[in-house]
Design a binder for this molecule. Structure first.
Ligand SMILES: [Zn+2]
Ligand SMILES: [Zn+2]
Length: 258
C-alpha cells in the first residue's frame, strides 16, 4: 500500500470538507429543514440529526483514516529500518549511486540562508551533523541523523503545498546513504537549485517576482527574519532594504534559482 499517496488523498479531502459542509447546509435549507413550515419536505429532526452526524462522524472518520495511514507508514518504516541496518553491517554493499531528490527549506536570516524545516541552517554544500550524539558520522542506522530528501518530485510538491512558506530544493546526496520509505537519508548534500513557486506566496494569483523579508516572532523570545517570494503588488509596501530581486537572492545564497 502506498501510504504517502493515501495520506495525500486524506489531506485533499480535508481541504474540501468545509465546501461539503456548506453544500450540506445549503441542501438542508433548500429542503426546508430550517423553516417552521407545517409540512417541510424533510423534518427539522432529520436535518438536525444529519448535521450532528456530519459534524461528529466525518472528523472521526478522518482521525481513523490518519491513524490507519500512520500505522501503515510505521510498519513500512520498520521494514525499511531493518533493511538499512542490514546494509549498514555490510558497508561494502552500500549503494554508491548519486541519490537525486527534492526537499523543502525556508529562507531565513539576513543575509539570507537556507534553513531546514526542522530548524537547522545549512549551506548549499554541507555534511550532516548529528544533534543527538556527537560521536555519530551521519547517517547512523539507529538514529535520525543525516540529510533527508524525497525521491519523488510530486510528493515534494505536495509537501510544499502544506508548508506554504517553504521552497523546493533540488538536491544530490552523496556518501553513505539509506533508502527510506519516502526517499533517501545521507551523509552529504549538495543543493543544485532552488525552485521558486510560479505564483506569489501571499495572494497566490499573480506571478512571483521579488523576495521580501518579514520579522517573525516565535515562542521563547525567538524571532527571525523569513523570506518569501511575492508578486509586484504584494511586495510594493516593502522598503527597499527588505527586498531582493531573484538575481540578488541567487547571488546571496550562491545558488541557482529557477
Ligand atoms: Zn545520529
Ligand atoms: Zn501577490
Amino acid at each position: 500500500m502506498d501510504y504517502a499517496q493515501n495520506r495525500r488523498r486524506l489531506i485533499r479531502l480535508i481541504r474540501i470538507y468545509p465546501l461539503i459542509a456548506l453544500a450540506v447546509l445549503a441542501l438542508a435549507y433548500l429542503l426546508g429543514g430550517f423553516s417552521n413550515r407545517e409540512n417541510p419536505i424533510i423534518s427539522q429532526d432529520v436535518v438536525i440529526t444529519a448535521l450532528y452526524l456530519f459534524v461528529g462522524v466525518v472528523p472521526l472518520m478522518f482521525i481513523i483514516g490518519f491513524i490507519a495511514v500512520g500505522k501503515a507508514s510505521d510498519k513500512a518504516g520498520l521494514k525499511n529500518n531493518m533493511h538499512s541496518k542490514l546494509n549498514y553491517n555490510q558497508a561494502f554493499d552500500l549503494p554508491s549511486e548519486v541519490m537525486h531528490g527534492y526537499k523543502l527549506a525556508l529562507i531565513t536570516a539576513r543575509p539570507p540562508s537556507l534553513t531546514g524545516l526542522t530548524g537547522d541552517a545549512y549551506l548549499s554544500d554541507a555534511s550532516a551533523k548529528c544533534t543527538i550524539n556527537k560521536e555519530h558520522v551521519p547517517p547512523v542506522a539507529d538514529c535520525e541523523c543525516g540529510f533527508y530528501a524525497y525521491s519523488d518530485l510530486i510528493e515534494a510538491k505536495f509537501e510544499r503545498s502544506i508548508n506554504p512558506g517553504a521552497f523546493l530544493l533540488d538536491v544530490d546526496l552523496y556518501g553513505v546513504g539509506f533508502k527510506y520509505a519516502r526517499g533517501y537519508r545521507a551523509e552529504t548534500q549538495v543543493v543544485n537549485e532552488l525552485i521558486t513557486p510560479s505564483r506569489c506566496q501571499f495572494c497566490r494569483i499573480l506571478p512571483a517576482k521579488v523576495f521580501v523579508t518579514t520579522y517573525k516572532l516565535g515562542y521563547d523570545d525567538i524571532s527571525w527574519w523569513q523570506w518569501h517570494i511575492r508578486c509586484v503588488i504584494c511586495s510594493s509596501s516593502f522598503k527597499d532594504k527588505d527586498k531582493l530581486s531573484i538575481d540578488q537572492m541567487s547571488a546571496s545564497l550562491k545558488l541557482l534559482i529557477s
